[in-house]
Design a protein around this ligand. Structure first.
Ligand code: ZN
Length: 162
């Protein structure tokens, strides 16, 4: 069973490495990630969050199929930015509004080694952008202006003590 890595762990600040071969190893990783995400009632999870520095993330949002993204690349983002509340299994119980592009086009490979391109707006775009950031070593609080980020961290420290 894969455990979720929380804030303060160095792997969350590290850029993930590309997956060299899409085989049973990465499929097992993705399965474990879905399992860890379901246990945490999350809608997306990136490999560094389970201690694996590989370019893999998964999503499972209501009304959409389960998706595995291997070696994803952002092809395009919209000029339009929107603010929406986010949380993260690596920063439990912290929820904050974050500004991001409204829509995104991502190119990736699925767990069977097939390339695909997905263009989405709204909640799916939000989740994909959040998870993609994890592969760049960025957390959602890193998308906040510095003063707000400090405030968020203080709030998180309080939450994780209680
Ligand atoms: Zn997250």
């Amino acid at each position: 069973m894969l455990e979720i890595v929380t804030f303060g762990s160095e792997i969350l600040n590290k850029k993930a490495e590309p997956v060299a071969e899409i085989g049973s190893e990465v499929r097992t990783l993705a399965e474990g990630m879905f399992d860890a995400m379901d246990r945490g009632r999350g809608v997306g999870l990136a490999a560094p969050q389970v201690g694996s520095s590989l370019k893999v993330f998964v999503t499972n949002i209501e009304g959409d199929q389960k998706r595995v993204f291997i070696n994803p690349e952002i092809v395009l983002t919209s000029q339009e930015q929107v603010e929406y509340e986010e949380g993260c299994l690596s920063l439990p119980r912290l929820y904050l509004d974050v500004k991001r592009p409204e829509s995104v086009r991502i190119q990736a490979w699925n767990e069977r080694g097939r390339p695909f391109t997905i263009e989405a707006g709204g909640f799916l775009a939000r989740v994909m952008l959040h998870e993609y950031d994890h592969l760049e070593g960025l957390l959602f609080i890193d998308r906040l202006p510095p003063a707000k980020r400090e405030k968020a961290l203080a709030q998180y420290r309080k939450l994780s003590k209680g």
